[in-house]
Design a protein around this ligand. Structure first.
Ligand code: ATP
Ligand code: MG
Length: 353
């Protein structure tokens, strides 16, 4: 069985009687890259601060390596935190910034040098060890902050939106690097972000939080392909979410009435008269001028949005506006043309209202 390194047992947090974190139960596995993902203000930082021991939970308990952290002083809790503003010591060079924690722990000079050299290599700053923070780029500063946290060999590394101040290209590079560092060291990462791309790219599992509550805990692939709630379907990726009601179930096929339209979808758990949403991702829809063989709707093209590698086309079907992603090389049909939109029945997912 896999070891659980961090356990949140029914954890809640109130600020001035307002419950901002609500009954969180979470088992984080040793060596896992777990991401807490949710919109601004949903409680992510509050959860992280409770794990680091900066706040006590109003209700519930947090265990690290089997020990209730309520009994420990913050400095005894075996975690290190990297905050968004990396706050390096401005007057110390890269090497001394990384070395600082070891000095505080009174580690011998020799041992410190060996450890710091290892870290400098790991974050690829071995040639810049003499520079001051002001002489570094944003991504380099971020790497110093990571090395400075890792040199203490924490059991768990907490990262609060560490890449949000970087430009897109640097952010993508750092995403790959963080993933590699994590694989090399095998320590547990608890990573907080509101950026779904970061979450999908790096995580072993993602916890989606909405208004202080867990909506879903799952692998990135399952979160994207099988969102359990409308919130998750909407928050992750792009979606066409069509509100309707189930009017018939025959074998495992449900008939869903969406406005004046009826479509078929695979049914898992629903019953006749259930209010549902049908989720179809924009890349699952096809546009054709000729009548397709699979399930289709008829509509009119209202807009094309050019996005480089793909073109997003909007089609009106009755009162609905559907978005469809198509690769750039495909032929563009003119605005106002009548088209068929089709999809494979297994590519649509019924989500409970
Ligand atoms: N010390 C505090 N006192 C009172 N309310 C607080 C305090 N800290 C946070 N809150 C409130 O708790 C809620 C959750 O805040 P939190 O910082 O955990 O959100 P977040 O998910 O990290 O958001 P963001 O993505 O913007 O960083 C917010 O409504 C916030 O205003
Ligand atoms: Mg936050």
């Amino acid at each position: 069985m896999e070891k659980i390194i961090v356990k949140l047992d029914n954890v809640s947090k109130n600020f001035d009687k307002v419950k901002v974190v609500k009954n969180i139960n979470l088992n984080i596995k040793d060596g896992e890259f777990l991401t807490i993902l949710g919109p601004s203000g949903c409680g992510k930082t509050t959860i992280l601060k409770m794990i680091a021991g900066f706040f006590n939970p109003t209700e519930g308990h947090i265990y690290i390596d089997g020990e209730d952290i309520a009994k420990l002083e913050p400095y005894q809790i075996p975690v290190n935190t990297i905050f968004q503003n990396h706050a390096l010591f401005p007057h110390l060079n890269v090497r001394k910034n990384i070395e600082f924690g070891l000095k505080m722990k009174k580690i011998s000079k020799n041992k410190r040098t060996i450890e710091v050299n290892k870290m400098l290599k790991l974050v690829k700053l071995d040639k810049l060890d003499n520079r001051l923070p002001i002489q570094l780029s944003g991504g380099q500063k971020q790497r110093v902050a990571i090395a400075r946290a890792l040199v203490n060999h924490p059991k768990v590394l907490l990262l609060d939106e560490p890449l949000s101040s970087l430009d897109l290209k640097l952010k993508k590079e750092m995403m790959l690097e963080l993933k590699k560092i994590k694989q090399n060291l095998g320590i547990t990462f608890i990573y907080v972000t509101h950026d779904q791309e970061e979450a999908l790219t790096m995580s072993d599992r993602i916890v989606i939080i909405n208004k202080g509550k867990i909506e879903q805990i799952d692998t990135p692939v399952n979160i994207y392909n099988y969102p359990k709630t409308k919130f998750v379907a909407d928050f992750i990726g792009e979606s066409n979410l069509l509100k309707g009601i189930i009017t018939k179930i025959d074998n495992n096929i449900a008939t869903i009435k969406i406005g004046n339209i009826e479509v078929l979808a695979l049914n898992q758990i629903n019953k006749v008269n259930d209010n549902v949403h049908l989720l179809i991702r924009p890349e699952q829809l096809k546009i054709t001028k000729t009548k397709p063989n699979n399930q289709f709707l008829k509509g009119t093209i209202t807009d094309h949005l050019y996005q480089g590698d793909i073109i997003k086309t909007f089609v009106n079907v009755d009162d609905l506006s559907l978005k469809i992603n198509r690769f750039n090389e495909q032929e563009l049909l003119p605005l106002n043309s009548e088209v068929y939109i089709s999809w494979d029945i297994e590519d649509a997912l019924i989500i409970q209202d």
